[in-house]
Design a protein around this ligand. Structure first.
Ligand code: ZN
Length: 355
């Protein structure tokens, strides 16, 4: 089970925004949790519910997970917690005939018009896989979202936010827990985002600039293999030393180990290198289209927002992302790295140059 601490480590900005909203009394009455990770869709609503009902928030503003209300939420004993999920057969949430028909929207909604029996007074409604509500159910629920009953928190989850009616989406605060968050830790990874900024965000396109960026990226890519080999060598050095004094067979074995580890470390860091470039441009698109930056999976590699607004339109960012996707495909199919990176930098530069 995801706890608040882990959640905060994985999504620091979202956790901060939410706990801040709680302590300033500005939590939304409805959240739409979009995530490709099905575990997050199940676990996160519990945390959010705990945040809502906690009687003694922790110093950081998060739920204490220990007061009576928190524990009731965690153990499933909270009396005003209602879950609506697609029923197993049809995988669909229907509107239903009346409030007496369980697992239907009418049943669910009726719960929020009864008086609360919990200490905190809050009622929590979770709609799992909200995109499985059919259109009439979505339309019916829209009315509740527009005029929510008092002291209610609705949490909708989905893996396919685009399948929800835009009117539903716009009445919920979107929380996007993206699974593609990556902890970049290959050698010189901190050098890459500034290089990408220099490539994609200068006020004027310049071939020289593009070429400089290409050279620097090529150098970083090329250094990954050496760095992986050095790390494996260093790690195994004492064992290798010891084996040399004993027997040749052991040495062979360790050398093969080193070879294997260096290879897998190289593949890992190279994959991260490619992924960082791709994520940077994916986030650029979101930024250029004005999306709230609390939703970004990797806020630590965001370019400067003001520079983005001044120099890159949403459409250009979109085309740059397409170029990054081509780079990703090329590098994964073992096209020569140098060629792939140079081609990429030149295409970003030419996108930038166009009016
Ligand atoms: Zn608590």
């Amino acid at each position: 089970m995801l706890d608040w601490k882990t959640f905060k480590e994985r999504f620091p900005m979202i956790a901060y925004a939410l706990s801040n909203a709680k302590s300033t009394g500005r939590m939304s009455h409805a959240y739409l949790l979009a995530s490709s990770n099905p575990n997050y869709r199940v676990e996160f609503p519990i945390l959010l519910a705990a945040l809502r009902v906690c009687l003694r928030p922790a110093p950081d503003g998060g739920p204490c997970m220990d007061c009576r209300e928190c524990r009731n939420i965690l153990t499933g004993l909270y009396p005003d917690f209602y879950l609506l999920a697609p029923t197993s057969k049809a995988r669909e949430i229907v509107i239903g005939k009346d409030s007496g028909e369980p697992d239907t929207l009418r049943w669910f909604e009726a719960q929020f018009h009864l008086s609360s029996v919990s200490e905190s007074g809050w009622k929590i409604g979770v709609i799992q896989e909200a995109d499985t509500m059919n259109e009439s159910a979505q339309n019916a629920f829209l009315k509740t979202l527009e005029e929510p009953p008092g002291k209610c928190l609705f949490i909708l989850t989905t893996g396919r936010p685009s399948s929800l009616l835009p009117t539903i989406r716009s009445r919920c605060q979107l929380l996007s827990l993206t699974d593609n968050r990556c902890e970049y830790n290959f050698p010189r990874c901190a050098d890459v985002p500034p290089l990408l900024s220099a490539l994609a965000l200068p006020p004027k396109a310049s071939l020289m600039q593009a070429e400089n960026c290409a050279c620097a990226l090529i150098e970083i890519a090329a250094s990954l293999s050496t760095a992986a080999r050095t790390a494996a060598d260093e790690k195994w050095a004492p064992r290798l030393e010891a084996a040399r004094e004993l027997e040749a067979a052991g040495v062979k074995l360790i050398e093969r180990r080193i070879e294997g580890e260096a290879g897998s470390e190289y593949r890992r860091s190279r994959e991260q290198f490619i992924s960082l470039i791709h994520t940077w441009f994916a986030q650029l698109v979101l930024m250029a289209s004005g999306l709230d930056n609390m939703l970004f999976p990797n806020p630590e590699i965001l370019p400067d927002a003001a520079t983005v607004r001044e120099n890159v339109s949403g459409e250009k960012a979109q085309r740059m992302l397409a170029a990054a996707e081509e780079l990703l495909a090329a590098m994964r199919t073992n096209v020569n790295d140098e060629l792939a990176l140079r081609t990429f930098c030149l295409s970003v530069n030419s996108i930038l140059a166009k009016n």
